[in-house]
Design a protein around this ligand. Structure first.
Ligand code: PLP
Length: 392
């Protein structure tokens, strides 16, 4: 389907195509089952049962109790709610620990907490994007109340943080641990909160073939979090407001699809496509991998390559002219000519940082997509290098 209208879509970390089954699942809730799930009549009650069914499906994907899932409007809301809600519950003078490579949906709230007087520590990464555990351990040794927000997998490089180990260390230090798993859910089977002792986890529908504008926050039973939308009793009083039934049902359907794709080897197939593209692109002159060289330490669908002496944005435009969608960073940072904060935190040399491209796959991609990129990239790189003031 990625070849529909001659489009090779390799920007699935920005957003994914909604699965046809997911579209089907949500349609009855616009004109048929449109009752308010909080109504006393049976017409509304039936809708509430469908919301609970979706809750069970999302819970099954990450292996938690359905009562621990709160539906939200997006990954950003889940992140904001987790950070502000948990730190508000912990109270003044909390040490807030995060990393330099988080999505802005985590970095901005944490930086705001600094303005509210909390001690905010941003942990660095090595040149391959891996976490600096010594810094993390030192931050956890701080006295008093502690809150950690650490992403499961990086949206730009795909680098996976060892969340099981990090969450275990946080538990031993008595810290509340939130993970932004927006890019990891549905891609990594180890996202299983029955095994990994995170206190909270954010996920987003549009990264796993559900529509944009729906997400969820897992809050482990017993973790104290202040309600984030005050009003009615919906979502156990944590997030008031009439539920977005069609989108919640869609997220449930997408979660079930993701679970069966994970079980049937879709990610292994995607990883093979990604690896073939990586091998081909790294043969080009002055091309280098951004992220861990061990492909198993990255998301199976993500590849980030730096092409020295040329601008990522210029490559993106030429790729786009050839019908190929990629990205030069996260969706929020592309459009600016500054290298992303993630690439800068890794200390990638200036010349390669500016020429970084991200290709992110989904189950809709095929070998034909890889062939197409490999066919055009040598020409694009050669053309732009010929114009580059840094070459010759
Ligand atoms: N966190 C990560 C790691 C992301 O990649 C994104 C989106 O790109 C978000 C959070 C925000 O999710 P949403 O677009 O659903 O608000």
């Amino acid at each position: 389907m990625s070849r529909q209208n001659e489009l090779t879509y390799l920007d699935n970390n920005a957003t994914t195509r909604v699965a046809p089954e997911v579209v089907e699942s949500m349609l009855p809730y616009f004109t048929g089952k449109y009752g308010n799930p909080s109504s006393t009549h049976r017409f509304g009650g039936a809708v509430m049962r469908d919301i609970d069914d979706a809750r069970r499906k999302v819970a099954a994907l990450i292996n938690c109790d359905p009562a621990e899932i709160i539906f939200t409007s997006c990954g950003t809301e889940s992140d904001n709610a987790a950070i502000f809600g948990a730190v508000e519950a912990l109270g003044a003078d909390t040490t807030v620990i995060t990393t330099k490579v988080e999505h802005p949906a985590v970095l901005q709230p944490c930086r705001e907490l600094r303005e509210h007087g909390h001690n905010v520590v941003e942990i660095g990464v090595a040149s391959d994007g891996s976490l600096n555990f010594a810094e993390y351990e030192a931050a956890l040794a701080a006295p008093g109340k502690k809150f950690v927000s650490m992403m499961w997998a990086n949206n730009e490089t795909g680098v996976v943080f060892p969340i099981a180990r990090a969450a275990e260390m946080a538990r031993e230090a008595g810290a509340v641990f939130h993970t932004d798993a927006v890019q990891a859910v549905g891609k990594l089977a180890e996202v299983d909160v029955s095994r990994v002792p995170v206190s909270m986890l954010s996920l987003s529908g549009h990264k796993l073939h559900a529509p944009k504008g729906v997400g969820a926050l897992f809050i482990r039973r017993g973790v104290r979090v202040k309600p984030f939308l005050r009003g009615g009793h919906q979502e156990r009083g944590m997030r008031a407001g009439t539920e977005n039934t069609p989108y919640i049902v869609a997220l449930g359907c997408a979660a079930t699809l993701a679970q069966s794709e994970l079980a049937n080897g879709a990610m292994e197939r995607i990883a093979r496509l990604r690896d073939r593209l990586q091998e081909g692109l790294l043969k080009l002159p002055d091309a280098s991998l951004n992220g861990d060289g061990d492909a198993r330490a990255r998301l199976p669908n993500t590849l980030n390559v730096g092409f020295s002496y040329i601008e990522g944005e210029a490559m993106l435009m030429l790729l786009s002219d050839a019908g190929i969608c990629a990205s030069s960073g996260s969706a929020c940072t592309s459009g600016s000519l500054e290298p992303s904060h993630v690439i800068r935190a890794m200390g990638v040399p200036f010349t390669a940082a500016h020429g970084s491209l991200r290709f992110s796959f989904s189950r809709d991609n095929t070998d034909a997509d890889v062939d197409r990129v490999l066919a055009v990239m040598p020409g694009i790189v050669a053309k732009l290098r010929a114009l580059s003031p840094f070459v010759n």
